[in-house]
Design a binder for this molecule. Structure first.
Ligand code: SF4
Length: 360
């Protein structure tokens, strides 16, 4: 029976009571940054026995964007003809030089705007015809379709001063990369319900078929998460290694075909770099050649920084689930929400920000 009664406290009590009796060590990775925040906010770690370990994975889009690409965006932002439109989480992430960020660029007088939707960026382009508006496209399959919709709007409405710097990434390639690492030690995955809304149950089926790792597509309420953890433990105990969809109120077997179609109309997979992980084959999304005029990298002939992996902080290790945020020596001393040093503290979905804010 799958769980769809995520707000029944009495049932949750029964499940929690079963979980507190569980005494074997199990390591469960929540792939999604929104899950990380829900877990921290609801205090789930505090009520589970210590042997049930919840580990954050590479599911915060801002966190997995490498410093090299932040530097590329900062370079572009110095062009006086360019107006950068970005989601708010990106503006405090620092590049490699002198702690510079888009926020600092804005203070220096460069044109940086925070938007809530890529369509807002298209509107800005329609109003500011003397500027080249570059939207920073970031996120997994959840947000890539909305970026594609903005490109389609720009095409249909003849907006030629709009382009996208695509940092979009896909979930499956990074999971494959993590699983194939020598020291992979995760016993089960909480799969991101928001990504699954787009790619469907089928998008995570490879975890069951190829890797036999228990996995549950999970919603974002505390009840969803607790029940999913319970199911992962039951699967482990019964050696029944499969994929379940707990989030049936939102996720269909085949996902959202319309959203995938528009994403695939404008984007195609490309090799991409991830903070702390490096190059992953076909893990990013770039504009197709026929839409080159909407690709900021091509439009401004940007010479992208090569991957150096010389980050000074431990965000890469947090993203891979190798360390807990508190194991970073900068956590809560040098690196705080007020004065973040790495993207995992900057982003509202970052594991360090969640741990700092909610002291889970
Ligand atoms: Fe990076 Fe700060 Fe987290 Fe350390 S505490 S890993 S510096 S974000």
């Amino acid at each position: 029976m799958l769980w769809n009664e995520f707000k029944k406290p009495k049932d949750i009590e029964k499940i929690l009571s079963a979980l507190t009796k569980y005494d074997k060590e199990i390591r469960i990775m929540e792939i999604c940054g929104t899950h990380t925040v829900s877990i921290a906010k609801s205090g789930i770690k505090g009520i589970l026995p210590k042997n049930i370990k919840l580990i954050s994975g590479p599911g915060c889009p801002v966190c997995v964007t490498p410093t090299e690409r932040i530097d590329d965006i900062l370079f572009l932002s110095k062009n006086k003809d360019v107006l950068i439109a970005t989601y708010g989480d990106m503006i405090r992430v620092t590049g490699s030089i002198d702690g510079t960020s888009l926020e600092k660029r804005k203070a220096e007088g460069f044109d940086i705007r925070v938007v809530y939707s890529p369509l807002d960026a298209v509107k800005i382009a329609q109003c500011c015809k003397d500027k080249e508006v570059v939207f920073i496209g970031i996120g997994f399959e959840t947000t890539a379709p909305s970026t594609a919709i903005a490109i389609e709007r720009a095409i249909n409405e003849g907006v030629n001063n709009f382009s996208v710097f695509s940092l979009h990434k896909m979930v499956e390639p990074v999971l494959r990369k993590l699983i194939n690492m020598n020291d992979f030690n995760i016993d089960g995955f909480l799969c991101p319900g928001n990504v699954a809304v787009i790619i469907g149950e089928e998008g995570f089926r490879f975890l069951e078929i190829e890797f036999k790792i228990p996995s549950v597509i999970c919603g974002f309420e505390a009840g969803d998460i607790i029940y999913s953890i319970y199911r992962l433990i039951q699967m482990r105990e019964n050696k029944d290694f499969k994929l379940e969809n707990e989030y049936i109120r939102a996720v269909k077997q085949k996902g959202n075909e319309i959203a995938r179609n528009i994403m695939n109309k404008y984007f195609e997979p490309c090799d991409d770099i991830w903070r702390g992980i490096g190059w992953i084959e076909n893990s990013g999304l770039k504009l197709k050649d026929e839409y080159i005029q909407y690709d900021a990298v091509k439009k401004f002939n940007l010479d992208l920084n090569p991957y150096k992996n010389n980050d000074f902080c431990s965000c890469g290790e947090v993203i891979k689930g190798k360390i807990d945020p508190r194991e970073c020596k900068l956590f809560s001393t040098v690196c705080t929400i007020e004065n973040p040093k790495g993207p995992c503290m900057v982003s509202s979905e970052g594991a360090c920000a969640a741990a700092y804010k909610y002291s889970d």
